[in-house]
Design a protein around this ligand. Structure first.
Ligand code: SAM
Length: 280
């Protein structure tokens, strides 16, 4: 009988997956998945979920490789990397989020400078001095939407059986002018993001991958295809676009924004936009 078990291919320089596992992760969508260790991350307004990032790291790296997140926030990328035996380096402007991340790392027994590095500072500058990395996964601030859309903090109504309660106010990342979330116009936001990702590109080993997690959003009340802007700026830097995965978030509340006059979309997914560095 033919052996139908999937096997690890010794020619595989990308990851440690068998053929079957690799194939599963080539799907253009997956459902976002929570786990118990995510809870502590919600002191940050927009954290990744660990399982989602583990999927991406397992696809794009091998054990022992180094993952970079230039907008590290609550530290989820470092935790996902650690869970899979990868190393990580993260940068964030906010000492509050660095502290939050470190309290999560301590609980996991993660060791600084062995398992992870978390540098407090502006990615634009810090990236110039780091060592090369094997994979980048990150999510920038979504321009100024935390300030504009009042999507920030909500009262915890979980005891009443609701997902979240009435608005308490808006939490945004910082007042720092170097913060990508504080750029005056959408054009300035894109330009600063391009400069940061150019510095990240220079630190990514050749033939390795970079994933940007971002959704479309509105700028001055108009829907913007942010995905196309990101692909444009990343390809200008030199990255090759290799496809978008849709991260489905089917548990968000629906808002009747335009009802009953006009269609206005409820964003229920993030785009994970994937790129590769291929130097001739
Ligand atoms: C969308 S959040 C990232 C959340 C993160 N993925 C997590 O799992 O918590 C964006 C982060 O970028 C940080 N940030 C904004 N501008 C920055 C800059 N110029 N350099 C470094 N970090 C910056 C913010 O403080 C914020 O924590």
């Amino acid at each position: 009988m033919r052996n139908t078990e999937s096997r690890y291919d010794p020619r595989n320089t990308l990851n440690d997956l068998t053929g079957k596992e690799w194939l599963k992760l080539t799907k253009s969508f997956f459902l976002s998945e929570k786990c118990a260790d995510d809870k502590a991350a919600f002191g940050h307004p927009a954290p990744f979920l660990i399982k989602d990032i583990e999927k991406m790291i397992s696809l794009f790296t091998k054990k022992g490789m180094k993952v970079l997140d230039p907008f590290m926030g609550s530290g989820t990328t470092a935790i996902a990397a650690y869970n899979l035996g990868r190393k990580s380096i993260g940068i964030d402007l906010s000492s509050k989020y660095k502290q939050l991340a470190e309290s999560r790392f301590i609980k996991k027994g993660m060791k600084e400078n062995i398992d992870y590095e978390y540098i407090l500072g502006d990615s634009l500058e810090v990236l110039k001095d780091i060592d090369p990395v094997d994979y980048i996964i990150t999510s920038p601030p979504y321009h100024n939407i935390l300030k504009n859309n009042s999507k920030g903090l909500r009262k915890d109504a979980s005891e009443k059986g609701f997902r979240s309660g009435s608005r308490l106010g808006v939490e945004y990342y910082s007042e720092d002018e170097r913060d990508l979330g504080n750029q005056q116009s959408f054009g300035e936001f894109l330009e600063l993001f391009r400069k940061i990702m150019f510095n990240a590109y220079n630190k990514l080993n050749n033939k390795k991958y970079c994933s940007i997690v971002i959704s479309d959003f509105t700028v001055d009340k108009k829907e913007v295809c942010v995905q196309s802007d990101i692909v444009n700026l990343m390809t200008k830097i030199g990255f090759e676009f290799v496809g978008t995965m849709v991260l489905l978030q089917d548990n968000k509340p629906l808002y009747p924004f335009g009802y009953p006059y006009a269609f206005k979309i409820n964003h229920m997914h993030q785009n994970i936009i994937n790129f590769r560095k291929v130097e001739k």
